[in-house]
Design a protein around this ligand. Structure first.
Ligand code: PXP
Length: 241
């Protein structure tokens, strides 16, 4: 069975909505680890819409499992990764206007710049993974960059509307896992996975880790809300006495 990487970007999204200091993703990371997370994932975007450099710095000090930094290949971000040295870096494509990472890296088109970024991080002994669509040509080209792992984009599976479409996407993922494994790459997967759709992917076999963010943070808000209100109610009532 795969390991679980928990992406805590959206804890920082809530903090940034008020430009304040809560909820703190560093605290959230510790709670994720208590819950069994095998790694903590954060995406330091160029526009700093959620995770900040301060978070990466403190997470690097405090995470006791593994810190996986999602990042673009922009030189300024590569420099930050070299400064903070996460245990793993996952290169993803990044567009300013997107709500979330929209597709996998086009490793064939941007091969030279991706290979250069991979080589800089590998030189600092950072384990590098490339986020790619589940397509053999992209995975084969990823191997040529010198990365050690690929993360397969599960967005098309997550968005499949019918059972037939879902089966087709699962078959594509299975083929991609076989391709990556045959090339000697560690194969991860993620994006759009939820409590409803994760089971079939976890059961595919051959996946080392699943990275899940939005669904876990969404559920945390709902399962934690009643307790949060009870605690506030207590303070309000105590104050009235
Ligand atoms: N893996 C990668 C490479 C991602 O970019 C993201 C989103 O930040 C995830 C996994 C997690 O996706 P989600 O938030 O939909 O679970």
């Amino acid at each position: 069975m795969p390991l679980l990487g928990v992406n805590i970007d959206h804890v920082a999204t809530v903090r940034q909505a008020r430009q304040t200091d809560e909820p703190d993703p560093v605290w959230a990371a510790a709670l994720c680890e208590l819950g069994g997370a095998d790694s903590i994932v954060v995406h330091l975007r160029e526009d700093r819409r959620h995770i900040q450099e301060r978070d990466v710095r403190l997470l690097k000090e405090t995470v006791s499992t593994r810190l996986n930094l999602e990042m673009s290949i922009a030189p300024s971000i590569v420099a930050l990764a070299l400064k903070h040295k996460p245990d793993q870096a996952t290169f993803v494509p990044e567009k300013r206007q997107e709500l979330t990472t929209e597709g996998g890296l086009d490793v064939i088109r941007f091969f030279r710049s991706i290979r250069q970024a991979v080589s800089r991080l590998r030189g600092a002994h950072i384990n590098v993974s490339l986020f790619v669509d589940p397509e053999s040509p992209q995975i084969e080209k990823a191997k040529e960059t010198g990365c050690l792992a690929v993360e397969l984009h599960t967005g098309s599976y997550a968005q499949a509307k019918t059972a037939q479409q879902r089966t087709r996407q699962l078959q594509k993922l299975k083929k991609a896992i076989a391709c990556g494994t045959a090339l000697g790459l560690t194969v991860h997967a993620g994006h759009g996975l939820t409590y409803r759709n994760v089971g079939a992917v976890a059961q595919l076999g051959g996946l080392h880790e699943l990275n899940i963010g939005h669904s876990v943070v969404s559920r945390a808000i709902l399962v934690g809300l009643e307790r949060a209100v009870r605690e506030m109610k207590h303070l309000v009532c105590v104050e009235q006495r």
